[in-house]
Design a protein around this ligand. Structure first.
Ligand code: ACO
Length: 328
């Protein structure tokens, strides 16, 4: 049982992992009818990392997880919950989280499961682990967002192959007497499958190959409006002013969507963590990878308030409001 005082969670360490191989816009332009300039102007993306043949989502996830465990200064054996957000699992089953548990050499029988909310997956996974800790069912959770989006990318579809990248980001979430994770807000609206989906799947008979199909401009408009709403909801529900937020750590889908959210918050872009230029859209990995980047380069300081938000297929969307406090 959790001591009564340890009823909140805080992020104790972060980690990230990007595959070695980088594909530039110029390389894509040699393959489909596009240009570096068009991609940068419409998305902000310059390059993306792509997993090597045989490199699986669970490999990326385990690498990011190990770095988060190291940053948190804990032993892997202290982990008592693993939640992996992914849209691109290695297998139908076991879950990627179970594969990660084995790769980390954990033999403590802690629960491990995947969460599927596409690009909002990490926010969903963080909310899930935070609730486990608040309920006293976990004390030290490993929460990972990991994707090999390159495996569901149609490299001949210029309208969306330019967007995706592979990677993983992770946090160690520990029980705390004060709220590091102050609040999470989650939503979904399942009516928009036609705008963003991947055909195929077990119940559909595993058509192959399947790839992301997206009506880009419609998704774009929906994302901007929805993220506007989640910003308002998060500020109002937690009695905050826009100026209370020190850092926006957004899902890295498109710089123009991020700029719209920053405008909504009245925030200058130097308070927004941007990785979309180098990582592209790594779906569930994008928020924890961005967080890890800004924590490691020292931008995010103890005591600061961070707003993380994401929007993705489903549609799903959500936010996490976090006070940065790596120490109890
Ligand atoms: N290079 C050059 N021209 C292109 C390219 C390209 N790569 N792709 C499309 N075009 C052309 C189109 O054919 C179109 O030409 P036309 O006017 O002659 O018909 C023109 O550019 C404009 O196309 P749009 O689709 O309207 O372009 P838009 O400015 O909307 O940019 C993009 C496309 C980048 C995909 C954008 O819509 C976007 O980012 N959408 C949101 C993506 C997103 O946020 N997804 C949600 C999360 S992802 C998840 O959950 C899995």
């Amino acid at each position: 049982m959790q001591p009564e005082t340890m009823k909140y969670s805080r992020i104790a360490g972060t980690g990230g992992y990007l595959p070695e191989h980088v594909v530039t816009n110029h390389e894509l332009a040699a393959r489909v009818d596009t240009s570096h300039e068009w991609i940068v102007e419409r998305t902000g993306i310059h390059q993306r990392h792509i997993a090597a043949e045989g490199e699986m989502t669970s490999d990326l996830a385990a690498a990011a997880g190990r770095r988060a465990i190291e940053a948190a200064g804990i032993e892997a054996s202290q982990i008592d919950l693993i939640v992996v957000a992914t849209t691109t699992p290695d297998l139908v089953f076991p879950s990627t989280a179970c594969l990660v548990q084995a790769k980390l050499g954990l033999e403590n029988h802690c629960p491990a499961f995947d969460v599927q909310a596409v690009c909002s997956g990490f926010i969903y996974a963080l909310a899930t682990a935070d609730n486990f800790i608040r309920a006293g069912q976990a004390r030290c959770a490993l929460v990972i967002g990991a994707e090999t989006m390159s495996r569901i990318t149609d490299w001949n579809d210029r309208g969306n192959c330019i967007l995706w990248g592979d990677g993983a980001g992770a946090v160690v979430l520990r029980a705390s007497s004060q709220p590091g994770v102050i609040a999470t807000h989650l939503h979904a609206d399942g009516r928009y499958r036609d705008l963003l989906h991947v055909e195929g799947g077990v119940s559909h008979g595993m058509q192959s190959p399947s790839a992301v199909r997206m009506q880009g401009s419609a998704v774009f408009r929906f994302a901007v409006n929805t993220l506007d709403g989640i910003v308002d909801e998060t500020l109002e529900a937690n009695h905050l002013q826009k100026s209370d937020i020190a850092w926006l750590v957004p899902h890295q889908a498109n710089i123009r969507i991020i700029q719209a959210t920053a405008r909504k918050l009245g925030m200058s872009m130097d308070r927004v963590v941007l990785t979309v230029d180098r990582h592209a859209n790594t779906s569930a990995a994008s928020v924890p990878l961005a967080l890890d980047t800004a924590v490691r380069d020292g931008r995010i300081r103890p005591g600061e308030l961070i707003l993380m938000e994401a929007f993705g297929g489903g549609f799903t969307w959500g936010s996490a409001l976090v006070r940065w406090m790596t120490e109890e």
